[in-house]
Design a protein around this ligand. Structure first.
Ligand code: NAP
Ligand code: MG
Length: 404
């Protein structure tokens, strides 16, 4: 069979530890044999970030703006221990943070569902994708602990020095206070990314805040979304038969639990932080959670939601067999290749991406799994734990059958 050609490259961001090992296995077994792979390669492994003074991360994000599609391996975010372990000259920032700041995007997280692992919430039949607005609010807040009597005020000084003042509270005892902000530009980007991704994946979009209580702050989120939707996206939503639906956060939580899934839930920063852990845990495993960063211009960076799986890597270095789940990383590749195919009208590349995912699901349906999933399957389902390479080879066999 002739290898599938790619007219334009995808940006390939290599990473660290166990996921770097999986990265190579996935390319060797599941991509190279079938696709004449065209990537612009950036090594975001910590050693190369150190060697390039982190310039490689910036370059890879700029390349994503140019080519519109990227696939990223998990990377180490250095802490004090990593600075010693890798003898770093600086505690380099999180690559995901750097990339997100350059692309100005929103992260969408969606689980991969299989029949043998049922979500904890019985009525969930389709994935629930969480979109978290990863900017501002309590994450950029200024806080104060006050122990004396006194008046707390909110003061805004405009560029001409004119002050607007509001009393927050007249303290008759000690207490706490906090100043939060967000920016229209960031909320607008968030909205565009959400509407674009809903159109892209043909799913309804839910958005929730607490605008009945937060009449200026949350209300602004609600109104900006509504306005952008009506002006730029409603026609397309109507054409696709999908819906934009705004509701209060507490109502959303109740509906989500009773729903069968199959939509995107856009959340403010804190809500997204909390809800994404709830939703991903209820769906089963972090190893089955995919992640895509979508910029307001429509650039896409695909990755797994999990980290570099350090504990498995140290076992691997000792020569021990590891059974690390490559599913989310394979889906990052299939997601990026499919998107490249869509941008370039490359039907065979889209078909390949679909079949790669089908081969993954078929392997799991046959009971061939990594260890993490064997512990989660329904009672009575016969599952065998294999190591990562054997799992990937089992996928390859099924992929070959599908492609022939
Ligand atoms: P992690 O790599 O996600 O792993 C935490 C634990 O979850 C693992 O020890 C393993 O549990 C389980 N797990 C995660 N992915 C798995 C998979 N694919 N297959 C099987 N089990 C899996 O998180 P971490 O250990 O907290 O972080 C390790 C490094 O990753 C850190 O340096 C962190 O900075 C980085 N990180 C990067 C990203 C990113 O690039 N997007 C995200 C998060 C963390 P068991 O050990 O019980 O088997
Ligand atoms: Mg969290």
């Amino acid at each position: 069979m002739a290898k599938i050609k790619m007219a334009n490259p995808i940006v390939e961001m290599d990473g660290d530890e166990m996921t770097r090992i999986l990265w190579k296995m996935i390319k060797d077994e599941l991509i190279y044999p079938f696709v004449d792979l065209n990537t612009e390669y950036y090594d975001l492994g910590l050693i190369n970030r150190e060697n390039t003074k982190d310039q490689v991360t910036i370059d890879s994000a700029n390349a994503t703006k140019k080519y519109k599609v990227a696939v990223k391996c998990a990377t180490i975010t250095p802490n004090k221990q990593r600075v010693e372990e890798y003898n770093l000259s600086e505690m380099w920032k999180s690559p995901n943070g750097t990339i997100r700041a350059i692309l100005d995007g929103t992260v969408f997280r969606a689980p991969i569902l299989i029949d043998s692992v049922k979500p904890v919430v019985k009525n969930w039949k389709k994935p629930i994708t969480i979109a978290r607005h990863a900017y501002g609010d309590v994450y950029k807040a200024t806080e104060m602990r006050v122990t004396d009597l006194g008046k707390a005020e909110l003061v805004f000084t405009d560029k001409n020095g004119v002050e607007t003042r509001q009393t927050i509270y007249d303290f008759e005892c000690g207490g706490v206070l906090q100043g939060q902000y967000n920016k229209d530009s960031s909320i607008v980007s968030f909205a565009h990314s959400c509407f674009k991704y809903a159109i892209d994946t043909k799913q309804d979009l839910w958005f929730s805040t607490k605008d009945t209580i937060s009449k200026k702050y949350d209300q602004t989120f609600k109104l900006l979304f509504e306005d952008i939707y009506k002006r730029e996206y409603k026609a397309k939503f109507d054409e696709l038969g999908i819906e934009y639906f705004y509701t209060l956060i507490d109502d959303a939580v109740a509906r989500v639990i009773r729903s069968e899934g199959g939509y995107i839930w856009a959340c403010k920063n804190y809500d997204g932080d909390v809800m994404s852990d709830m939703v991903s845990t209820a769906f089963g495993s972090l190893a089955m959670m995919t992640s895509v960063l979508v910029s307001p211009e429509g650039n896409y960076e695909y990755e797994a939601a999990h980290g570099t799986v350090t504990r498995h890597y140290y076992k691997y270095l000792k020569g021990e067999e590891t059974s690390t789940n490559p599913m989310a990383t394979i889906y990052a590749w299939s997601g990026a290749l499919r998107k490249r195919g869509e941008f370039d009208d490359n039907e065979s590349l889209i078909d390949f991406a679909n079949k790669l995912e089908e081969a993954c699901i078929a392997t799991l349906d046959d009971g061939i799994m990594t260890k993490d999933l064997v512990g989660l399957v329904e009672p009575g389902f016969k599952a065998t734990a294999v190591n990562s390479l054997d799992f990937i080879k089992a996928i390859r066999t099924r992929l070959e059958t599908k492609l022939n």
